[in-house]
Design a protein around this ligand. Structure first.
Ligand code: GLU
Length: 430
């Protein structure tokens, strides 16, 4: 019988959690949970010069935000005795030598072909004659990445190593170490590189940004998860929007592509807008709060405003820009009031007629249905075109060329504020 699946996400905490790392964590998580296995988080933190606990926190916070809960965690910095024990196994077989204070693993005297059998890439061959002897311990007494990584994968009974393609060239060396330990070799799956839109390799410099930057920019974890899942994997049924438990059900490494995965921010925006649109208004308001804390105004009006723009914002951080005019008097040029098929005279007529009927409207009738009705009546009574009235009223209320409809704005802003903005517009025209 096959043993239980055990996979690990093994970040070196030398920087915050980046999207590439998050994608690796996600694919490990999905593979483990799909198989009813164990997802291990292992901090490869032996490089004490470059590790920082803030980065460990960034990694754990990012994983929690995405809902990728791990079953075990380990820190290489606390496992020095394990590496010593394993080193002894190699030394006692005469497979190591010391030089300049470091400990090295001797490669086979006769060059040989090492085959990496990769679930995603198939068989990849390497010749050991192209490698240098493998450093196991540095002269500082700390194990190297290659050594600690293999020892831990053996010691933690890791069955599948799922990691970025950048590690493929290390894998044949790792296989030689597994063989030296007479340990079972895990299955390998090297995930495709992340590419920029122009298909250049993505790196921390060219845009591979920290997951936390996306959270702060107002992306939702569910959108991020779907986006990350599609960086190399695709749903067999072509679905874009899948909650985490559905991803678990549908994920397989067989559907991961070899070719580089293009990081398309437009896609992420699209996914995010989809999830934002589907929030209840109360949830949406809660999500928006931290992003609009600097806008002060009537709470009910804020609620109206958010309801009106809920399907327009792609990220939460766009919200203040979209609703700002509800909270402060808009600033615009007088000629924006005049629709291209209208004239200043007709526009003035439209605004004045609107002002008159709005002033006469009872507070209790101040709702979209009634407002639409009286504006329509006024339009035909005055013999005006929609562009002579609805256009300037919308601009008067929002200062924008594109915004919700005039009656939606009137309802949200309320009688006093609406009337004051229409008067301002009339004054601008003369
Ligand atoms: N610490 C390595 C890294 O962050 C892990 C490589 C692996 O998953 O084996 O790239």
């Amino acid at each position: 019988m096959e043993g239980k699946v055990r996979v690990r996400f093994a970040p070196s905490p030398t920087g915050p959690l980046h999207v590439g790392g998050a994608r690796t964590a996600l694919f490990n998580y999905l593979y483990a949970k799909h198989a009813g296995g164990v997802f291990v988080l292992r901090f490869e933190d032996t490089d004490t010069e470059r590790n920082e606990s803030v980065f460990e926190e960034s990694i754990t916070d990012g994983l929690k935000w995405l809902g990728l809960n791990w079953d075990e965690d380990h820190y290489q910095s606390k496992r020095a005795d394990v590496y010593r024990r394993y080193l002894e196994k190699l030394t006692s077989q005469g497979l190591t030598y010391e030089q300049d204070g470091g400990v090295y693993f001797k490669l086979p005297a006769e060059p040989r072909v090492v085959v990496v059998d990769d679930i995603i890439r198939g068989k990849v061959e390497f010749n050991s004659k192209n490698f240098d002897d493998i450093v196991l311990m540095k002269k500082t007494g700390t194990p190297t990445f290659n050594f600690a990584n293999v020892v831990d994968d053996i010691d933690m009974s890791i069955t599948h190593v799922i990691r970025g393609e950048d590690h493929l060239s290390n894998t044949p060396k790792h296989i030689l170490l597994y063989e030296a330990f007479a340990a079972p070799i895990p299955r390998f799956a090297h995930l495709p590189l992340l590419l920029n839109l122009d298909r250049s390799k993505m790196s921390k410099r060219t845009g591979d940004t920290a997951v936390d930057d996306y959270r702060r920019a107002g992306y939702l974890p569910e959108a991020m998860l779907n986006f990350l899942a599609q960086l190399g994997w695709s749903d067999p049924d072509g679905q874009d929007f899948l909650p985490l438990d559905e991803l678990v059900k549908k994920f397989s490494l067989e559907r991961v592509q070899k070719a580089g995965a293009v990081f398309d921010l437009q896609r992420l925006n699209h996914l995010n807008q989809h999830y934002l649109m589907r929030k209840s208004l109360d949830e949406y308001i809660e999500l928006a709060k931290p992003f609009i804390a600097h806008l002060s105004g009537d709470e009910l009006m804020g609620r109206f405003a958010l309801a009106l723009i809920q399907d327009r914002a792609q990220t939460l951080s766009e919200i203040p820009g979209l609703i700002e005019y509800f909270f402060k008097t808009p600033d615009y040029e007088a000629n924006l009031l005049v629709f291209k098929k209208s004239s200043p005279e007709q526009t003035g007529k439209g605004l004045n007629a609107t002002l008159t009927v709005l002033e006469a409207l009872e507070d209790t009738d101040w709702n979209q249905v009634k407002l639409q009705q009286i504006l329509d009546e006024t339009l035909s009574a005055e013999g005006l075109q929609p562009g002579d009235m609805f256009w300037p009223v919308r601009v008067a209320l929002s200062g924008e060329e594109g915004s919700p409809s005039p009656v939606e704005l009137l309802e949200a802003l309320g009688k006093t504020e609406s009337i004051s903005r229409i008067k301002t517009a009339i004054n601008k025209l003369v």
